[in-house]
Design a binder for this molecule. Structure first.
Ligand SMILES: NC(=O)c1ccc[n+]([C@@H]2O[C@H](COP(=O)([O-])OP(=O)(O)OC[C@H]3O[C@@H](n4cnc5c(N)ncnc54)[C@H](O)[C@@H]3O)[C@@H](O)[C@H]2O)c1
Ligand SMILES: O=C(O)CC[C@@H](O)C(=O)O
Length: 394
């Protein structure tokens, strides 16, 4: 039997990423017992996790397609690729903002209806174009909800295009706060944004707290004829409420990257088939970043850009290594080191990092350790109350 590490792609993943898995790896779309999976929007919620699964690499930002609680319970880290597709999404948001504002989507669709009108077409265009008079975005106000990798870029570029920008993000990271232009007016109450803006672009993750964030109550606080852009997730917007708001003119246009049976039938909704991250550059960036994160974890146990494990790394210098994912409760580190010491093993280096209710410990050990001694140590560590998974890397 092959000892290769099996990577199973669950979606089409750019070759630039898959080709990074070289010696020691096999890419197998049909694998039943993969060591790791790499995916884009594949829905893992209904999937039975194979016992072999050690890590999940999401080539993208949103992780609502992955059951994070199950992964954490099983000690499986989920990696994503922060910022790797942000430019692609930002470009499509800015494109759509201008195109929708200038009635381009409707105008282009109407022009197609002139097929068959022969030489009359130029004249029909000149008389018909008055239906599609739009508005320039310069001098208008854009509200950006969520100032992360995408939202901050959208906000900064909208300023460059002559817009006023109001941003709302109660959890903005220090890094993003530095990157955000000082000309973006930040508000601490989302209602202040709702009442001031002509356009809203939403860039938050889909989590229970944000589901249906844009609903009837929110639309009631907005200016009439506001344009809403949703390149984040369909469920952030209540479909029935926005259908009514589009009917009564509170919302002028709804531009969504997440069409469904309701949005496709809404008047004044523009449905884009989830193209936000679909650029060659973004697909390559995401696939490469996810592949690198997976390889680093599988080969060294180091954790970078996980959404359910703490970031943790020790330079890998070839020492036998043990990693442990466990509950973040008092005395865990002392219990782990006591077991190592009782097994007559010597620690060369170690780190312990926590994230919410869980923690991750990496221990480098001295000398050559026999299979039997390693198995004995792992047995001891697994027996500690609160231990979830242990791995040996040598
Ligand atoms: N259309 C696409 O193809 C596409 C591509 C990439 C990402 N996305 C979606 O866009 C989302 C954002 O991506 P990103 O790369 O900017 O992520 P990010 O993590 O860099 O930014 C998300 C921001 O939302 C903020 N936030 C969280 N809860 C909030 C709340 N209740 N109110 C206001 N702000 C809140 C966070 O503080 C963070 O700054 C992803 O979660 C994903 O769902 C879609
Ligand atoms: O992989 C994709 O095509 C879309 C990814 C995007 O929705 C994301 O959340 O990063």
């Amino acid at each position: 039997m092959s000892n290769k590490t099996i990577i199973k792609p669950l979606n089409a993943i750019s070759d630039k990423g898959l080709n990074l898995f070289k010696e020691g790896y096999t890419i197998d779309e049909q694998a039943e017992q993969p060591d790791a999976v790499i995916l884009r929007s594949y829905n893992m919620h209904d999937m039975t996790f194979p016992a072999s699964l050690k890590a999940i690499g999401r080539a993208g930002a949103g992780v609502n397609n992955i059951p994070l609680d199950v992964c954490t319970e099983k000690g499986i880290p989920v990696f994503n690729t922060p910022g790797a597709n942000a430019n692609a999404v930002k470009e499509l948001v800015i494109t759509s903002l201008i195109a929708a504002s200038r009635q381009m989507f409707d105008g282009v669709a109407w022009a197609k209806t002139l097929i068959g009108q022969g030489d009359d077409i130029p004249k029909l265009v000149e008389t018909g174009k008055k239906q599609f008079v739009g508005k320039e975005i310069q001098g208008k106000t854009l509200g950006v909800i969520g100032l992360g990798a995408i939202g901050a870029r959208v906000a900064n570029d909208a300023l460059e295009l002559g817009m006023d920008v109001i941003g709302y993000d109660p959890f903005i990271s220090v890094d993003m706060a530095w990157k955000l232009s000082r000309s973006v007016k930040r508000v601490h109450n989302i209602d202040e944004l709702f009442k001031e803006v002509d356009y809203i672009s939403i860039h938050v993750p889909l989590i229970p707290e944000t589901k249906g964030l844009l609903n009837k109550e929110a639309f009631g606080k907005m200016k009439d004829n506001v344009y809403i852009l949703n390149f984040s997730r369909g469920e952030l917007v209540n479909d029935d409420d926005i259908a009514m708001a589009l009917e009564d003119g509170t919302v002028g246009k709804y531009i969504t990257d997440f069409p469904n049976k309701k949005t496709l039938e809404m008047t004044n909704a523009i449905s884009i088939p989830h193209l936000g991250a679909s650029s060659e550059e973004s697909e390559e960036n995401c696939a490469m970043m996810a592949a690198e994160e997976l390889m680093e974890y599988l080969e060294t146990g180091n954790v970078r850009n996980s959404v359910n494990f703490p970031d943790a790394s020790l330079p890998y210098q070839g020492h036998p290594r043990v990693t442990a994912f466990h509950q973040n409760v008092p005395k865990m580190v002392s219990k782990i080191t006591a077991e190592v010491s009782d097994a007559n093993l010597n620690i060369v280096d170690m780190t312990n990092r926590s994230y919410k209710d869980h923690a991750y410990t990496i221990i480098d050990l001295e000398g050559d350790i026999s299979e039997t001694d390693f198995n004995a140590l792992v047995g001891r560590l697994d027996a500690i109350e609160g231990m979830i998974t242990t791995r040996v890397i040598k």
